[in-house]
Design a protein around this ligand. Structure first.
Ligand code: HEM
Length: 121
């Protein structure tokens, strides 16, 4: 039977999400609005947890085992400009992976509600 592909499938599954995460880390490193916040971060750990988070958010077969967004980002003093920068960097990363805009918007719509748990905490 025909069924709509899951968002996870549309993002290219585990490999697609891993590639998007790597492009995102490249974009962060080049983005002066974001890079300083990641100065002392364990990037290998971030890669793994962030990819699991995207996979779970996209209805993929992964479980994110990290802390809730409000706790992960507590004390980082993230403001709207930094949040928007990360969203822009994610769009750059998805463009590099040739994710169609329609699919990008599906993922962004699921991440947008996290905003209130990430900024000003
Ligand atoms: C929709 C937006 C965002 C999502 C979905 C998100 C998601 C995540 C996830 C899943 C982790 C890994 C948690 C872990 O290692 O246990 C993480 C870590 C982190 N995030 Fe975000 N994040 C977002 C926005 C931001 C913004 C705007 C900033 C600041 C510019 C930021 C800075 C960080 C940093 C520095 C870490 C590493 C924390 C550490 O390992 O100590 N995030 N984020």
């Amino acid at each position: 039977p025909n069924r709509e592909p899951t968002l996870y499938e549309q993002l290219g599954g585990r490999d697609g999400i891993a590639a998007i995460t790597d492009h995102l880390l490249d974009a962060f490193a080049r983005d002066p609005r974001v890079a300083p916040t990641f100065d002392h971060v364990d990037i290998r750990r971030f890669r793994r947890y962030f990819a699991d988070y995207l996979c779970q958010t996209a209805d993929g077969p992964c479980r994110y085992t990290g802390d809730p967004m409000s706790e992960v980002h507590r004390g980082m003093h993230i403001d709207e400009a930094m949040f928007n920068a990360v969203v822009q960097d994610l769009i750059i990363a998805m463009d590099r992976e040739h994710v169609p805009v329609r699919v990008q918007n599906r993922l962004l719509a699921r991440l947008a509600p996290q905003r209130k748990d990430i900024i000003y905490h």
